[in-house]
Write a protein that binds this ligand. Structure first.
Ligand code: UD1
Ligand code: CA
Length: 450
C-alpha cells in the first residue's frame, strides 16, 4: 500500500520567541522538521507534503535539502489542523493509498510505531490515531475509546470534567486512506471553543458514518513536542540520552557518556573509545578501534580504525584520516587527507593539505593556506619530517622523505629527500650574554638605591 506523508508545519510557534520558524530549530544539528521526516522515511513514502505557513519561505528553502518527492504547500492562515491537512489535497491529486499526518515539531516518533499504525490499517481500521498515556494530560486532546476502539476525540478546551479525567491522549498522528481523509475533512466545521477546524473531529465523523477507528499507543517520550526553548533543550537531552545508549549498544565505550554530545548522524564503529567531553558535530564517522580522547571537537570528518585523536583536538569538515593516524592536543585539521600512520601531535594547523603516510608533523607547524582571497594546498610526501614551528606557505610541496628545519618558512617546493632550511642563520656573539646580564643587574641595583 503506497503511503503519503503530510507534515504539519505552519504554526507560528510563538512561545519560542524566535524569528525563525519553530520547525527549523535544531536538535542534534538537524531541524525538528528533518527529524519528523526521518521518522516518516521509514514508511518509504511515495510523496511527502509539508504544510508551511509562518516563515514559509525559510521552511521551503530548508526542506529542499531534506529529501526527494517532497512538496511544500502553504496554509495562509492557521485555521486549525484539519484546515492544514486540507492544504495538501491538490499536492496529492491522483495519489491512491494511505496518508499519514505527522507534526513537524514532534521529532521522535519511532519507525516501529508508524509501522504498528500501518498494520492496524491493514487489519481493517479505517482511521488509526496514535495515542499515549500522558503523565499530565493538560491541554492534549482526549481519546474517548473502548479498548482500542476509538469513538471520538475531544479537545481539552471543549471537554467536560469527565472527559478531562481521561489519561489517554492524542499525539496528533493519524493514518487513513487519503481519499477518505479528505472526504472527512470536508465535513469538519469550526463550531468549537477555539473556532478552528480540528483534525480530531474526523474520528467522530468516521464513526457516525459507521466506519471504524482504532487507537495505537506509544510511549509518551515519542510524542514529545517542542513549543518552547525549554522543550527544545528537553528534546536535545532526550536525543542525546538515546544516542549515547545506542552508541554503547553498538559496541562503543563511552567513559563518561553524559558528557558526550552526538549529532543526528554520528556514526561510531565497534570498539571505538570516546573519552569525556567530546563533541560530535554533523557528518562524523569514526571507524572501529579508534580512540577519541577528552575535550575533542569533530565535525564533517572521517576517522579510520586505530586512530588516536586528542585530547583537545579539532577535526573540521573534510578531515579524512586514514588508519592509525595520530592527531594530538591543540591540533586543528581541515579539508586534509592524512594518510596511514602520519602524526600531527602538537599545536598545529593543517588545512587544505595532503599528508603522506608516516609523515611526522612537528609541534607548531602551520599550513599557511589563505592569502586573504584564495585558499591554496600543501602537499607533504610520505615519511617527510616537518620540523617544529615550520610555516608551510601554500601552494607548496614537501617531497617524499624530505625534511624542514625547525622554524623554517617554506615558500618553495622541497624536492624528495632534501632538507629545507628557511630561517635566518644563527650567530653567536662571544661573551655577550654574560656582559649584557651583568649590565642589566647593575642598572637594577642603581635604581633601587636611588
Ligand atoms: C493538537 C491536537 C490535540 C493533540 C495535540 C498534540 C487538534 C485539534 N488538536 O493540539 O488533540 O493532543 O495536537 O500535540 O488537532 N498546525 C498547522 N496549521 C494550523 C494549526 C496547527 O500547521 O492551522 C500545526 C502546528 O504547527 C503543529 C501541529 O499542527 O505542528 C499541531 O498544532 P497545535 O496548534 O500545536 O495543536 P494543539 O492545540 O497542540
Ligand atoms: Ca502543540
Amino acid at each position: 500500500m503506497p503511503t503519503a506523508l503530510i507534515v504539519l508545519a505552519a504554526g507560528q510557534g510563538s512561545r519560542m520567541r524566535s524569528d525563525r520558524p519553530k520547525v527549523l530549530h535544531a536538535v542534534a544539528h538537524a531541524p525538528l522538521l528533518a527529524h519528523a521526516l526521518a521518522a516518516g522515511a521509514a514508511l518509504e513514502p511515495e510523496r511527502t507534503v509539508i504544510v508551511a505557513g509562518h516563515g514559509g519561505d525559510a521552511v521551503e528553502a530548508a526542506a529542499r535539502h531534506m529529501g526527494e518527492n517532497l512538496v511544500v504547500v502553504r496554509q495562509d492562515s492557521q485555521d486549525g489542523t484539519a484546515h492544514a491537512v486540507a492544504q495538501a489535497r491538490s499536492a496529492l491529486a491522483g495519489f491512491e493509498g494511505d496518508a499519514i499526518v505527522l507534526y513537524g515539531d514532534t521529532p521522535f516518533i519511532r519507525p516501529e510505531t508508524l509501522a504498528a499504525m500501518q498494520s492496524a490499517r491493514r487489519d481493517g481500521a479505517d482511521v488509526v490515531v496514535l495515542g499515549f498515556e500522558a503523565a499530565e494530560p493538560g491541554r492534549y486532546g482526549r481519546l474517548v475509546a473502548n479498548g482500542d476502539r476509538l469513538e471520538r476525540i475531544v479537545e481539552a478546551k471543549d471537554a467536560t470534567e469527565a472527559e478531562l479525567a481521561i489519561g489517554l491522549c492524542n499525539s496528533g498522528v493519524v493514518a487513513a486512506d487519503a481519499g477518505l481523509l479528505f472526504d472527512l475533512i470536508d465535513q469538519v466545521g469550526n463550531d468549537n471553543a477555539a473556532g478552528e477546524y480540528y483534525l480530531t473531529d474526523i474520528v467522530g465523523l468516521a464513526r457516525a458514518a459507521r466506519l471504524s477507528a482504532r487507537v495505537v499507543t506509544c510511549d509518551e517520550a515519542e510524542t514529545m513536542g517542542v513549543n518552547t526553548r525549554a522543550d527544545l533543550a528537553a528534546a536535545e537531552a532526550a536525543f542525546q540520552a538515546r544516542a549515547r545508549a545506542e552508541a554503547m549498544e553498538n559496541g562503543a565505550t563511552l567513559t563518561a557518556p553524559e558528557t558526550v554530545q552526538f549529532a543526528h548522524d554520528t556514526h561510531l564503529g565497534r570498539d571505538v573509545v570516546v573519552e569525556p567531553h567530546v563533541v560530535f558535530g554533523p557528518g562524523v564517522t569514526v571507524e572501529s578501534g579508534a580512540t577519541i580522547r577528552a575535550f575533542s571537537h569533530l565535525e564533517g570528518c572521517h576517522v579510520s580504525d586505530g586512530c588516536i585523536i586528542g585530547p583537545y583536538a579539532r577535526l573540521r569538515p573534510g578531515a579524512e584520516l586514514d588508519r592509525a593516524v595520530r592527531v594530538g592536543n591543540f591540533v586543528e585539521v581541515k579539508a586534509a587527507q592524512v594518510h596511514e600512520g602520519a602524526k600531527i601531535n602538537h599545536l598545529s594547523y593543517v588545512g587544505d593539505a595532503e599528508v603522506g603516510p608516516r609523515a611526522n608533523i612537528g609541534a607548531g607547524t602551520i599550513t599557511c593556506n589563505y592569502d586573504g582571497v584564495f585558499k591554496h594546498r600543501t602537499e607533504i610526501g610520505a615519511e617527510a619530517f616537518i620540523g617544529s614551528n615550520t610555516a608551510l606557505v601554500a601552494p607548496v610541496r614537501v617531497g617524499v622523505g624530505a625534511m624542514t628545519g625547525s622554524g623554517s618558512v617554506v615558500t618553495t617546493d622541497v624536492p624528495d629527500g632534501d632538507l629545507a632550511l628557511g630561517r635566518a642563520k644563527q650567530v653567536n656573539k662571544d661573551g655577550l650574554g654574560a656582559r649584557l646580564m651583568a649590565k642589566l643587574r647593575a642598572a637594577k641595583t642603581k635604581k633601587k638605591g636611588g
